[in-house]
Ligand binder design. Structure first.
Ligand code: CDP
Ligand code: MG
Length: 737
């Protein structure tokens, strides 16, 4: 059995200072005594006024309370907190009291599992404690992995600030396509995927004295694979310390996996959170979010709001709706500061979410899952949880991978609610019914390794010389069929030979921090003499969701601008067209503005492109341009994405191998055209299974680029002509079928 080092929760409770009950608390108690949250119950007069302000109000029912581990008031108020300097803030974190014990435990054990409530200071403080304790004196670094890029960047920035150093010097971060570290870096935050790649050049992690696998409970694919890799490394690196840090209850499981490593528990500071459910299911949860935000804003005492949405698009929609309503309400309401957070958010915007809220104003943070555990935003008192997240799901039967919005698990719902109880007692408004919570949500989220395509992971493991994947030390093994499918896919791509060994092509593919399909597309561009073009397309695909700017009041203009980039052949060539036109203006900001293109995304595409070209040169590819050879460009794309092919027959698109019905996304340039054969970049499931980024191909190319995968007879009706006009139906007509 693992030995629990620390500590029971009583210890903390007893140390809390009592503060007097505030006005706010009294009022809340009064209001809550009925058990039903009523809109505007504070004063009848206000109620009437607010009813005028907000239509479609939502009635919530309180049926539960998540008890805190501590129901006292925090020992410092938010206002005082702002005044504290960094040193004092650090001392106020729950982890601070355990600094000495923690360091001792790390000295005593090679592997330690650390469990502590989110926001207790694990991510930002532990590396600093280790540094102070001399773990970097031997010219080695402390590494800390994060499942999310934004978390890696923002935490590194925070720690650099706390240590008064410039980001990128002593403290830095490294994420895909962006390395902000230097020779001097001793504390390095990175994504789990980045560490995974580092194993290729440094299999023994020689430059590290401590490796922290942080946010282990998130169980991303990369984190899960890292578990197996680091467990192996520490066997022949006795001087390397390994910390597995987790926010939730998986500590026991981690401990067992790591040969019964001891668990160090940091007692959390958590205040009770009242849970409210909607009476009936909400049909439009974005609208329900907007209503709830305003409802809280006008009826509840000050305190910031955190809203969980599934992705950038939803966040932007919600942001616009909310801005518009706030504008309409004008000076009738207090200031509401709206801040979005998602993974592609530019750095300067990220910093904003951590800035203290000005007095008499309220901050509302519209976030993806990233705020569930990876990022802690102080002063959140209210949480709005629509109950969904976006997941990458893979169907091993059909081999199809798709981004889907799915209900969250109970564990996630409770994590989200917990975010309201970090600095004081809070409230969580769930935009679903209590019944739905009990009967429709799974207990836990299935780890990524059991539900996504493993192509990338398998390629990396093979490149690390790990051939026997069936016997790899997985915390939870992936389903057998998924593993087999990944091997088959890599074989069809030419990355593995029939014995399952990495080929020369596979070795080159592994050099790129990309999905194997995209890596293959890049390498195939050598043969088709269009590597410049394919590099641009790959870069644009990497930022694809955020290229266009569609302000609500200029939708028509923006859509016309977008359509102006359409070219014959499909969306990949349209992306290339955008990139090339922008490059021809010498990367002008103004040009982006005039064409409703997000300049930031384009800049990022340029950065990604530069790095891809660098990697292409490293694998000794010839960098050539052939912009007019659009057939060759499309053939190179097909050489990578020949798995993603659909054929039009009897008015519907079906995938070639598995006969699944799919549709062209309405934003695609081919939406009205309906070519017989199309290739898609990805599938997104909303109301239907939509293909996004679609290109017209000819079926005979498939035999050329993937002779092992396709046979003649599968492609029989390969006339490649468009349907005769009379038979051809546009997508909008097909809707009636
Ligand atoms: O890792 P864990 O969830 O235990 O906590 P943490 O991320 O180390 O956060 C500790 C404190 O640092 C919290 O009060 C955060 O709000 C603060 N923090 C911050 O102000 N800015 C950041 N970029 C990250 C954390
Ligand atoms: Mg953390």
């Amino acid at each position: 059995m693992p030995q629990d080092i620390k500590v029971d929760q009583m210890q903390y409770e007893m140390e809390v200072e009592k503060t007097s009950t505030t006005e706010q608390q009294k009022w809340e108690e009064e209001q809550m005594s009925s058990g039903v949250y009523k809109f505007g119950a504070k004063k009848q007069q206000e109620k009437e006024q607010y009813e005028l302000l907000i239509d479609n109000q939502i009635e919530f029912i309180q049926t539960a309370n998540i008890p805190g581990t501590d129901d006292e008031k925090p020992e410092i108020t938010e206002k005082q907190r702002k005044k504290l300097n960094i040193e004092e803030t650090k001392k106020s974190l729950p982890i601070y009291k355990f600094k000495k014990d923690l360091i001792q435990a790390i000295k005593d054990h090679q592997i330690l599992i650390i469990e502590g409530e989110t926001g207790s200071g694990k991510t930002t403080q532990i590396p600093q404690y280790l540094y102070e304790a001399g773990f970097t004196d031997n010219d080695k670094r402390i590494g800390c992995t994060q499942p999310r890029r934004v978390a890696a960047m923002s935490v590194a920035a925070r720690v650099a600030e706390e240590m008064s150093v410039k980001l990128g010097n002593e403290v830095g971060y490294s994420i895909r396509f962006e390395d902000c570290t230097s020779e001097r870096t001793i504390i390095k935050y990175m994504t789990d995927g980045t560490l995974h790649r580092e194993f290729l050049s440094e299999p023994d992690l020689q430059s590290y004295s401590v490796m922290i696998v942080d946010e282990a409970h998130e169980r991303t694919l990369h984190t899960d694979i890292l578990f197996g890799l680091v467990k192996d490394v520490i066997r022949f690196r006795p001087d390397l310390k390994l910390l597995i840090s987790s926010a939730t209850l998986d500590a026991q499981k981690f401990s067992e996996f790591f040969d019964d490593a001891p668990i160090f528990r940091i007692p959390g500071r958590r205040f009770p959170v009242d849970i409210y459910y909607t009476k009936a299911p909400e049909a439009d949860y974005i609208d329900a979010c907007v209503v709830s935000i305003l409802q809280i804003h006008v009826t509840q005492p000050l305190g910031d709001i955190l809203v969980f949405l599934t992705g950038q698009e939803e966040i932007e929609t919600c942001n616009e709706l909310l801005q518009e309503r706030v504008r309409r309400l004008g000076s009738q309401i207090k200031e509401l500061i709206i801040l979005p957070v998602y993974s592609n958010l530019p750095t300067d915007m990220q910093a904003k979410i951590f800035e203290p809220t000005p007095p008499n104003a309220r901050k509302v943070v519209l976030a993806t899952n990233i705020a569930e555990t990876s990022l802690t935003i102080d002063n959140i008192i209210y949480v709005i949880d629509p109950g969904f997240c976006k997941q990458n799901n893979f169907n091993s039967r059909t081999g199809m991978e798709s981004l889907v919005v799915v209900p969250i698990s109970k564990a996630s719902a409770n994590q989200r609610a917990g975010r309201a109880g970090r600095v004081a007692a809070g409230k969580c408004f769930r935009l679903y019914t209590a019944w739905a919570y009990k009967s429709e949500l799974d207990d836990n989220t299935v780890p990524e390794i059991q539900r996504i395509n493993l192509g990338n992971a398998v390629l990396m493991l093979k490149a690390l010389g790990i051939n026997d994947l069936i016997h790899f030390d997985f915390l939870d093994p992936p389903p057998h069929e998924t593993l087999v499918l990944a091997l088959e896919q890599l074989y069809a791509l030419g990355a593995l030979n029939h014995k399952g060994e990495l080929t020369k092509l596979g070795r080159r593919m592994a050099e790129f921090p990309l999905d194997p399909l995209m890596a293959k597309m890049l390498l195939a561009s050598e043969k088709y003499k269009c590597s410049e073009e394919i590099a641009s397309i790959a870069a644009m695909l990497s930022v694809n969701s955020a290229i266009f700017y569609r302000p609500k009041d200029k939708l028509v203009l923006a859509d016309t601008a977008r359509k102006n980039f359409f070219v014959h052949g499909g969306d990949h060539l349209a992306l290339l067209n955008i990139y090339n036109q922008w490059a021809n203006t010498d990367f002008s900001t103004n040009w982006c503005y005039e064409n409703y293109i997000q300049h930031r995304s384009m800049r990022r595409a340029r950065d990604v492109r530069d790095q891809l070209v660098g990697l292409m040169q490293r694998v000794e590819m010839e960098i050539v341009s052939n912009p007019t050879e659009t057939v060759n460009i499309r053939k190179a794309i097909t050489a990578g994405y020949f798995y993603h092919i659909a054929r039009l027959s009897k008015g519907h698109y079906r995938t070639v191998k598995h006969n699944q019905t799919v549709m062209i996304h309405p934003n695609s340039s081919l939406f009205e055209e309906l070519p017989r054969w199309v290739l898609y970049h990805e599938l997104v499931f909303t109301t239907k299974e939509f293909m996004r980024q679609v290109t017209e191909i000819e079926s005979k190319w498939l035999l050329e680029v993937a002779p092992h995968y396709y046979q003649d007879r599968e492609l029989e009706d390969s006339t490649n002509k468009k349907l005769p006009k009379t038979l051809g139906k546009t997508n909008s007509e097909l809707k009636n079928y």
